[in-house]
Design a protein around this ligand. Structure first.
Ligand code: DP6
Length: 354
């Protein structure tokens, strides 16, 4: 294996999954899909319709501590110090129930999460959130999981969380066969990439940090159920994945960008054709898209991807990142712009916080 290949694979090495029984803290980073996950074949098991592939970021970590509370009658959850309520609380309690079921425990837990990413803005807060929760809860309840099992578990919280278990680039397999068989085969794993040749950066333009009108879960469901464009996109996404793997291995960032951009635009086309349509793209989104086209005409390598929200992520070479960020900042008209690089996988912290 060449030295270049090793760099990102090192990032992908998962941490240790042992913690102090009864209490554990984990850190996870968001990931941005270059070949998207859009559509489930099984809602309960969170089994996707297609394989997807992502890059884990080095910014916006989520840190989650899970402490067992033997005498408590219910779970207590806080986000950045504020009590969680409604759907967010319900999803976390359901996830803890899954962990308790596997651990043969009925003990309630106190969950404290520090999120540094704007929640609900299509910036993958559920990916880092459920990856950190899965690692911390599994350790606190004494489940001895390897990285594959942790990825399968994180998937049940939020599909994209399965990929945040790993650093660098990760592919999430859809799994095949019966739902029970697919459940076993649906996990993420690191993807070999020629890290030094790729040397990627991501410029993230937050054109709107508010929560979205339609959740990605609902938008996905509606797209699969009603969009005539969903099946063709799912078919072409398979080719995109094959070509993406080859481009990463070859260190061809231009091909990576081209594939990622067409896959994301295709995903948004499936939503626009849903009934009723789901449209996340805002006027400011299109201004950023136009600025990226101009960057390409000026000879720079720059390609976009967007998730379930109006924000835009621009893939470029690391050496160009300041120039790309300046142009994107101008187009984003007042929106925050962040710069990310490939980041590490999920890890547990020691008792001293390291
Ligand atoms: C557009 O993982 O948030 O970001 O499994 O329903 O929790 P659930 O969905 P989620 O969806 C992410 C969709 C996406 C594309 C991607 O990350 O692959």
């Amino acid at each position: 294996m060449s030295e270049q290949l090793i760099t990102l694979i090192d990032l992908a090495e998962p941490g240790e999954w042992r913690g102090t029984p009864g209490r554990a803290t984990a850190v996870a980073h968001p990931n941005i899909a270059l070949v998207k996950y859009w559509g489930k074949r099984d809602e309960k098991l969170v089994l996707p319709r297609t394989d997807s592939l992502s890059m884990t970021l080095d910014i916006f970590p989520t840190t989650t501590t899970v402490r067992l509370a033997p005498r408590a009658g219910q779970d207590t959850v806080t986000f950045n110090g504020r009590p969680a309520t409604g759907e967010a609380l319900r999803r976390i309690v359901a996830f803890l129930d899954l962990v308790r079921d596997r651990a043969g425990s009925s003990e309630r837990a106190v969950v404290d999460t520090e999120n540094t990413v704007p929640t609900g803005a299509g910036l993958a807060s559920s990916a880092s959130g459920f990856a950190a929760l899965a690692a911390a809860a599994a350790a606190a309840y004494g489940l001895g999981l390897d990285a594959t099992e942790l990825s399968r578990l994180a998937r049940r919280g939020s599909g994209s969380a399965s990929r945040s278990v790993f650093g660098g680039f990760a592919v999430w397999h859809a799994g095949s066969g019966t739902p029970e068989e697919a459940d076993l085969g649906s996990y993420a794993e690191p993807v070999p990439a020629a890290a030094r040749d790729l040397d990627p950066a991501l410029v993230i333009a937050v054109v709107d940090a508010g929560p979205k009108a339609v959740s990605s879960r609902e938008a996905m469901r509606r797209t699969v159920d009603t969009s005539p464009l969903f099946e063709p996109w799912a078919v072409s996404s398979k080719d995109d994945l094959t070509q993406m793997r080859a481009a990463l291995l070859a260190g061809d960032l231009e091909a990576v960008g081209e594939i990622a951009e067409r896959n994301a635009l295709g995903m948004h086309a499936t939503m626009l054709a849903a009934r009723p349509a789901v449209r996340y793209l805002a006027p400011a989104t299109l201004r950023v898209l136009d600025s990226v086209l101009q960057l390409r005409r000026d000879g720079l390598l720059a390609y976009v991807t967007m998730d379930a929200g109006p924000n835009v992520k621009v893939l470029c070479r690391r050496v160009d990142v300041e120039r790309v960020a300046a142009v994107v900042r101008g187009a984003a008209a007042g929106g925050a712009v962040h710069i990310a690089r490939p980041g590490p996988g999920t890890r547990l912290l020691n008792a001293d916080g390291r």
